[in-house]
Design a protein around this ligand. Structure first.
Ligand code: ZN
Length: 104
């Protein structure tokens, strides 16, 4: 076993603990907008999801984001996020492959 200092976060949909960089952050901004935060650095309350559309769909079904962000997230916002999510998924996976070499 090798020591790990990877910060873990929980996916709000499937409840799995994962390294932060394996997750996509959803943020509720101070302006109360809910959006995807690929940088992980935006101000606001964050919730994490695995970079998988299936987990996003689960979160939508169970309203997991409402609970995690402590704010009602409207159906249309989930729809918008789902579109954005699908668009960033590819980018997210590509980014992960880029950093995987230096990480180990
Ligand atoms: Zn998940």
């Amino acid at each position: 076993m090798r020591p790990r200092k990877v910060p873990l976060r929980k996916c709000v949909a499937c409840q799995e603990m994962m390294p932060k960089k394996e997750l996509i952050r959803i943020v509720r901004t101070p302006a109360e907008e809910v959006q995807i935060d690929l940088t992980g650095k935006k101000a606001g309350r964050g919730a994490y999801l695995c970079g998988k559309v299936s987990c996003f769909k689960l979160a939508k079904k169970t309203k997991a984001l409402d609970r995690a962000l402590k704010q009602h997230v409207g159906e249309h916002i989930y729809d918008q996020l789902e579109q954005d999510f699908a668009a960033v998924e590819e980018q997210f996976i590509a980014g992960k492959e880029l950093v995987s070499d230096e990480a180990e």
